[in-house]
Structure formats: C-alpha cells, structure tokens
Design a protein around this ligand. Structure first.
Ligand code: NAP
Length: 488
C-alpha cells in the first residue's frame, strides 16, 4: 500500500510502442500497480499501438506475460480488460481513423505516450493531430532521448510546439520520478537544517555518480551512436545537479521549480579546459566482452564512461566544483549524490585523537534509496578521545515499511502526474535546450581530444585519468561500492 491514494477520473492513454520493451517492462506494470492501489479506476482505456499482427486478445496475452511477476495480485483480469490494441504502422495513413474512433468523444483526459524510437516522435505527433485525435485535454508524453544535440533538440521542440502547447508536452526523465529525487526537494526545502549551509562557504564540493555494473548489453548499436555524455549526463546527471544547486522556488509548482532549474543550467560555466572532461571505455576479460566487442565497431570513438568537472557561476556556488561521473561496467551499480562539507574550522582534539572526517550528506538513488549523513563521533570505550567517522543511515524502504508504506516505481508517479496535469517532474523545453548547449561543448572537447577514450578495466572505478580529475584539486572520489542488498 502506498500512502495517500487520490483516484484520478477514468482517462484514455494511448501507448505508441505498446509491444516494446519500455511498455512491457515499465509502463504496464506501473499502470497495473496504480490500478491495484485504487488510483486508476474502471472505465480507463489503455490503447496500445504496434505493428505486431495480433488482436486485442493477443495483446492482452502479451501484457499478462509482462505482468507475470505480479501474478500474486488477483486483479490482473480487471487490468487486462482496460487494454485495447490497434495494429498500425505509425508512418503510414492506415489505422488512425480506427484509433480516433476508439478514443470516443467523452471529453476525458487523453494522453499519448511516445514509447517509440525518437525518429518517430514527429511523424506520430503530426499524424495524430491530422487524424483529429488532439483535444484541449490532450497530453503528449515524450521519452528520451529528446534530440542528440542542441540543434536537433531545438528542431524537435519547435515542431512539437507547432502541434501542441508547452503545457501539453511532458518530457520524461524517469530519474525525476524516483522517490529519492523528489525527496531531495523535501530534504532541502522542508528542513531548516540544511539551507543555511547549502552554499560555497560550507560545501567543499559535490559528487554525482551514476555507475552501472552492466555493459551496453543488447543496446550496443544505439549506445555507440550516443555515448555516456549524451545518454546519461545531458538528462539524468544534469537534472540531479539542478535539484541540488537550485535556489528555493517560490512555490512547489511546475513553472516555479523549472524556472529555478533553468537558472542553474544557464549558470553552468562553459567548459573550457580539456582536462575537465575525461572519457573512457571498458576493456574485456573474465568472459566479458570489451566495449568495442560489445558494440561490434572496432572504429568506435564513443565513451562508455565520462567524468566532468563543472562549475556553477553564481553567488551561491562560486568556488564549489561539481564532479559528475557515469559509466558502464563499473565496480557496482550505484547512483548517489554526495554533498561534501568543508572541514570544521578548528580542532580542539589532540593529534592522537585522529583526523576529523568532513561531513558528507549522501543521497542514494539506487540501490536502497535513502540518505546517509557522515558524522565524526568519539569511538566508544575507555582510552581517551579517539575520533571515528560513522554514518547516520536511513534507507527509505525500511523506514517506510515500518509505516506500512512502499516505494512506487518512478513510472507510476510520472504516468499519474501526466494524467493529473502536473508538469513539475517533467523537463520544460528551455531546460532541455540549455542542457544540450552545455553538453555540446563537452562533446566537442571529447571529440577534439586526440586518441580514443581512456581504457579502463571492467568492474573497476573507471580510468585512472578520472581519478586525476579530482586528485588535482586535492580531493578523492567516493568509492563505488555495492550495497549488501543489491542482487547484482
Ligand atoms: P523497443 O523495444 O524497440 O520498442 C519499440 C516499439 O515501437 C515497439 O512496440 C514497436 O512495435 C513500435 N514501433 C516501431 N516502429 C513502429 C512503426 N513504424 N509503427 C508502429 N509501431 C512501431 O523500444 P523501447 O526500448 O521500448 O523504447 C521506446 C522508447 O523509449 C525509445 O524512444 C527509447 O529511447 C525510450 N526509452 C526506453 C527505455 C527502456 O528501458 N526500454 C528507457 C528509457 C527510454 P512493433 O514491434 O509491434 O512494430
């Protein structure tokens, strides 16, 4: 059971790409859970679109398979009854009148979820408008990637703007739907404790790490055209940076929050120093393929790892570096934001007591979403004053379980926000474009760096050169470590 459940009126959701991986693995389970929680009501229509030659019963069977792991729930029948299927090639003219007729004209909220390859975003949007499917209550959900650089993102946004109002467009970054990411805002703006020290006077630096243990797996061809900078930093890492660095919004509404995030993106100092961008790619071994083998492209120059040193040129953050790193085939699956505070100004303890570790507020996004505050305390026992670092550790799942609550998946939150018309956790057009402008510079620096990306051992912490990125500032990366609960 999840906290407070406010049901939404029955709605229509059209999932373009309803037979695909994202729909089957994430969207359908998310919708199913929200129905089981009583938030999605009978009468809701979920219409899947695909080219696969199946009828509605075939689609329901496919969906039942996707929900297999939730078989213990006994509401599958109710959910499957909400599903419909329209077979069509979205690049053609057929099928649109059928879709339009299935939607009906009952004035309810209507959402079109573009869970198809990015080159289909515009053709689908144009055709659904031409087919008369757009109503005032229509929402368009756009998956990532939203462009591959500033120019393509701006072109996509301009075209969408000719078809839909900005208030109708929901650009997904599923990281923003994660409970911990939202908690970041609660932590910062619902507690008086942190705000006075949330600035360059007290924060030494910030580290944002999104490490994956897996390689490119089946996504080799796509990934090789994209690389870590575009695939991860432009959206997920920069969004996290915005939430950490932004000023308190005047209110918790979509535009107030997004205005503040945009200011952070616009304050990012343009990358100038080539040493501030370190790219890497993993080697093979122990039965694992190398990056080049995994993508099947011996000529590839793409990066499976990147570390960056960013600066935010504003009053709050001047002089506090933000180190970002993300990569595949690293030592452990770990996503966290670490706010590392400056040392206490003066030690009253004798040298024999040991060093005082800086306080670190670590916000874990996965696994085990939660928060750790690193404190220095006295080592228990007799024998004088000895200092040790110790974490105050709160794993949300444990805390919430004690209250009978569970953590919903990001997509559960985001899909319901679309239906409710709340854009707070979705990226606005100007945010996406500002992020691309900054990333384009990093991509250019990486492209101008002679030689291929730096090699790193599989299941390591990345290339040596990434260590140098922080060492040269007299700092260290936090270790990439598995949590005991992680099954990987
Ligand atoms: P996928 O497994 O390749 O599925 C693609 C879907 O598009 C299939 O349902 C396919 O239907 C449909 N499709 C392709 N061409 C079509 C056409 N001409 N007409 C009608 N339907 C067509 O892709 P995915 O992994 O689900 O990803 C979908 C989108 O989500 C992409 O933009 C991706 O970047 C984004 N995304 C995915 C994930 C993820 O975890 N998968 C995560 C983040 C973002 P048929 O096979 O029936 O033709």
């Amino acid at each position: 059971m999840v906290g407070r459940v406010i049901p939404v009126e029955p709605f229509d959701l059209v999932v373009f790409g309803g037979t695909g991986d994202l729909a089957q693995r994430k969207l359908l389970p998310a919708l199913y859970h929200r129905m089981c929680a009583g938030q999605i009501l009978p009468g809701t229509r979920i219409i899947a679109i695909g080219r696969r030659d199946i009828d509605v019963d075939g689609y329901r069977a496919l969906a039942a398979g996707a929900l297999q792991e939730f078989a213990s729930e006994d509401r599958k029948g109710d959910f499957l009854a909400m599903l419909d299927y329209v077979k069509m090639d979205v690049t053609g003219g057929e099928g649109w009148p059928t879709l339009a007729s299935r939607l009906g004209d009952d004035g309810r909220v209507r959402a079109f979820y573009l869970s198809v390859a990015p080159h289909l975003f515009v053709p689908v949007s144009e055709r659904l408008v031409a087919a008369g499917c757009r109503t005032p209550g229509t929402r368009l959900v756009v998956e990532k990637p939203q462009g591959s650089d500033f120019v393509s993102a701006e072109t996509l946004n301009r075209t969408l703007a000719s078809l839909f109002g900005e208030r109708q467009v929901y650009r997904i970054d599923h990281y923003l739907g994660k409970e911990t990411v939202q908690n970041l805002m609660a932590l910062r703006f619902a507690n008086a404790l942190f705000e006075p020290i949330w600035n360059a006077r007290h924060v030494d630096h910030v580290q944002i790490t999104v490490a994956e243990r897996i390689g490119v797996e089946g996504r080799g061809a796509y990934y090789d055209q994209t690389g870590a900078l575009r695939d991860m930093v432009q959206n997920h890492l920069l969004q996290l940076l915005c939430l950490i660095a932004m000023e308190p919004p005047a209110t918790f509404n979509a535009d107030a929050v997004r205005d503040e995030k945009l200011k952070v993106l616009l304050s990012l100092a343009p990358l100038e120093n080539p040493a501030d961008v370190v790219c890497g790619r993993y080697l093979g071994g122990d039965g694992m393929g190398s990056y080049l083998e995994d993508v099947g492209n011996p000529e590839s120059r793409s990066e499976s790892f990147v570390a960056l040193r960013a600066e935010i040129a504003n009053w709050r953050w001047n002089g506090t570096p933000f180190y970002l790193r993300t990569g595949k085939r690293l030592r452990a699956r770990m996503s966290e934001i670490a706010v590392v505070f400056k040392d206490a100004p003066h030690s009253i303890f004798p040298p024999a007591a040991g060093a005082m570790a800086p306080n670190v507020l670590a916000i874990r996004l996965q696994p085990d979403e939660g928060i750790t505050l690193g404190l220095t305390i006295k080592e228990p026992g007799p024998g004088g004053m000895r200092l040790i670092g110790t974490p105050l550790d709160m794993t949300f799942a444990d805390t919430l379980e004690r209250q009978g609550l569970t953590m919903p998946d990001a997509y559960e939150r985001l899909v319901l926000d679309v239906i409710r018309g709340d854009q707070t956790l979705f990226m606005r057009r100007d945010e996406v474009e500002a992020a691309w402008r900054w990333i384009d510079r990093a991509v250019a620096i990486a492209g101008n760096t002679p030689g291929p990306p730096h090699a790193y051992e599989s299941l390591s912490a990345g290339p040596e050169e990434a260590l140098m990125l922080v060492h040269r500032d007299g700092r260290r990366w936090r270790p990439i470590m598995a949590r005991a609960s992680d099954e990987q």
